[in-house]
Design a protein around this ligand. Sequence first.
Ligand code: HOZ
Length: 427
Amino acid sequence: MKSDISEALFERAVKVLPGGVNSPVRAFGSVGGSPRFISRAKGQYIYDEDGNKYIDYIGSWGPMILGHNDERVVEAVKKQAEKGLSFGAATRLEVEMAELICESVPCAEMIRMVNSGTEAVMSALRAARGFTGRDKIIKFEGCYHGHADPMLVKAGSGVMTYGAPDSAGVPEGCARDTLTAVYNDASSVELLFSEYPDSVACVIVEPVAANMGLVPPADGFLQRLRELCDKYGALLIFDEVITGFRLSLGGAAEYFGVRPDLVTYGKIIGGGMPVGAYGGRRDIMSVVSPLGKVYQAGTLSGNPMAMSAGITQLRILKNEPGIYENIKSLGERFRNGIRSVLEKAGLTFAVNGIGSLSCLYFNKGDVYDYRTAKQSDTDQFAAYFRHMLNAGSYMGPSQFEAVFISNAHTEEDIDKTVHDAEEYFGL
Ligand code: HOZ
């Protein structure tokens, strides 16, 4: 596969962008080679500057549930562009978006729009602290909640890939109140609560951990977090940046039947446009300014372009029957396909997944938390990644990123990718 133009662009990029990219997860540092520069996308495919076509399994890290450039979403954005790009003032679209989320998500009574998942989490933590009058936060090793200072402690995603789960540049004071527990191990949370019974403001969790590969919650884990938060007077926050509107319309909260107090969203609710939101119980959200004393603001928050794209995607997800069934069945086809390839090859690597999210770990044991995810053979993943890329299946360039499937993918796409994997394993 030719990559001369991408390589030339990367040469230019490294001179003016740190690492040649604007987000570390785009770099190919852990898999070798240089990133492909993408020029356009449609449906389940992306095309690079050299004209190569790939089946896309990143989907802009989640939001492209309908596939790229869905015509209805594009049309809504075009129409809004004619009316205005940003007003910094209240719009009808913000109200419609908030109503749509509140109707769809069990715990959501009030929503505040922001511009990214990072901002949503940062603001939700502030609201939780302001509401409870407590400082400490419990997060889980390997869960990634964006790059706000208190969350860069034992974090997943790019920080896990590049081996710096506790980022430099985070003052000790900012991370002192972040306590870390073990994902899928409620007793580790109980221990922290018993050590700090009156000072934990909240437990924040990715209900499905999708930034250390893909680790679903063990039976009862989320329910137990709910019980512990209730017992100790702390709030439960579900970071649904990846699972919201993807696992089901009501996200993981609906899927697992556990009601968090607050929930955070990112790119998905913007249909790919830069956006985020946090929301939840009315009494908690009432601490947010101008209603309450927790300050949080933003000129571009609720931006009309992002709202129009997001509302269109969410309405389609809400009204068009069969999307969740379809992406789930494609996800299962992918996982079953990879499992049968591994079986034929006599290998026992872990294949995790739920719905349209999956991960093949080059790991002979089960993967259920950060420690077990870290035991994966990242060199083997790198070789697999390079083979798949050259064969035309575009996946996240790290063992610790999930495979995302959209409603635009077809069974033929999945079978082709499984066939590419078969070739990789020498079958
Ligand atoms: N959660 C995304 C990847 N795991 C974030 C994408 C990014 O950091 O650019």
